[in-house]
Every structure is written in structure tokens, then in C-alpha cells.
Ligand binder design. Structure first.
Ligand code: NAP
Length: 185
């Protein structure tokens, strides 16, 4: 039944113009949105792109950092993985819930394996340098939860509407066995 099925989820936030990153961090400053992210992933094993990892002040234990750099030095509790698939297998092996937390390149590689995508849509355009991957077909996933809130965006001083959405993909792709990752083919 569903209990036995490993649940891989992704979580992220995107502006109305598709931006999700600026200068290695978020394009906006909305403390409540950050708090929602932190509460949702608390206690989970995380799969994180190397650039996003480097932007984080605190990285919890059981974080798997995706990088091609074999000599990457990481903080305690973090392990380098050479592909998203290796990261997902390692994260699942912890027995914890698994969250893919970005950035864009990691969402783009991980979405086929995700059962759920927690996406906050922010009803305001922001200047940025990193776009949410357009190829993720969330429009064809089931929208299973939607909560709307208004918060103050601190850089602009404006109030902004945030839609906290949860999408579900009915048939995520099974993870390939070790040695069968696309990057290894
Ligand atoms: N809005 C949000 O919810 C959200 C969430 C997360 C991040 N962000 C933002 O997104 C931006 C970063 O995103 P990004 O896409 O530029 O960077 P990223 O995904 O965080 O990290 C990219 C790095 O991950 C590694 N990587 C990516 N694909 C790989 C693969 N297939 N195999 C092995 N390694 C791989 C490479 O590391 P090496 O170079 O070490 O090989 C690559 O340089 C930042 O601005 C961040 O703040 C926003």
C-alpha cells in the first residue's frame, strides 16, 4: 500500500516571472515562506545541488550534495553524491522522508522520480538569474493542496500573495539501480 512506497518530494518557490534564484540566493525576502520551507523539510534527508548547498547557513544531517567535484569538502553530516539518482538512493536509505530542495539543475534532473512537488507560487515578478525549469510538467500533475496567504516582502516593502501548492505525479519514474544512472550510461 502507499505506506511502503518510498516518497520522494521536491520543494521550492517561484516568482510569477519564473525566477527562483538571484546571486546564489533567493530573489525575495519573505520570512514566512522560508519558515514554511524549514518546517516542511524538518527531519528529512535532503538532496541539494552544490551551489544551493554553498548558499545555506545551516545544512542538516543526512544531506546529500550533488556535485561532479570528487574533492569537494563538505560540512559534517553531508555527503557528496555524483548524480541526482545516487543522492536519491542514499537519501532513501536513511529511512527518512526525502526532499529535493533545488536548485534549478537539481529540480530538472529529479522531477521524474518525485511523487510530490511542494511549490510556492509568489504573485510578483522578481529580478533573478535562475529560472524554474520550464520542462517540469506540473500542469499535468494533480493539484492536491492549495493554501493562499499574504505576506510582506521585505526588500520591496510590498504585500504579496503566496500560493502554497502541492502537486502529485501519479506514476513517478522508478529509480535506476546503481550503475544505471543516466550520467553513467
Ligand atoms: N526558489 C527556490 O525554492 C530555490 C531553491 C533552491 C535554490 N534556489 C536558488 O537556485 C540557485 C541555484 O540553482 P542552480 O541550478 O544554479 O544550482 P544548483 O542546482 O544548486 O547546483 C548546481 C551544481 O550542482 C551540481 N550538479 C547539477 N547537476 C548535476 C548532475 N546531473 N550531476 C552531478 N552534479 C550536478 C554541479 O555541481 P559542481 O559544479 O560542483 O559539479 C552544479 O554546478 C540559487 O540562486 C539558489 O538560491 C532557489
Amino acid at each position: 500500500m502507499a505506506d511502503a512506497e518510498p516518497l520522494i518530494a521536491a520543494i521550492g518557490a517561484v516568482a510569477s516571472n519564473g525566477m527562483l534564484g538571484l546571486d546564489g540566493w533567493l530573489p525575495w525576502d519573505i520570512p514566512e515562506e522560508l519558515a514554511y520551507f524549514e518546517a516542511t523539510v524538518a527531519g528529512a534527508a535532503l538532496v541539494i545541488g552544490r551551489l544551493t548547498y554553498e548558499s545555506m547557513d545551516v545544512v542538516p544531517a543526512d544531506s546529500f550534495i550533488v556535485s561532479r567535484r570528487g574533492d569537494l569538502q563538505l560540512r559534517p553530516g553531508c555527503r557528496r553524491v555524483a548524480s541526482v539518482e545516487e543522492g536519491l538512493r542514499a537519501a532513501l536509505a536513511t529511512g527518512k522522508p526525502v526532499f529535493v530542495i533545488g536548485g534549478a539543475s537539481i529540480y530538472a534532473a529529479a522531477w521524474p522520480y518525485c511523487r510530490r512537488f511542494y511549490l510556492t507560487r509568489i504573485d510578483m515578478p522578481f529580478a533573478g538569474d535562475t529560472l524554474f525549469p520550464a520542462e517540469i510538467p506540473l500542469d499535468s500533475w494533480d493539484l492536491v493542496s492549495e493554501v493562499t496567504q499574504r505576506y510582506r516582502e521585505r526588500n520591496s516593502g510590498q504585500d504579496v500573495t503566496c500560493h502554497f501548492l502541492q502537486y502529485e505525479q501519479r506514476q513517478p519514474r522508478p529509480l535506476p539501480a546503481p550503475g544505471g544512472d543516466p550520467a553513467e550510461a
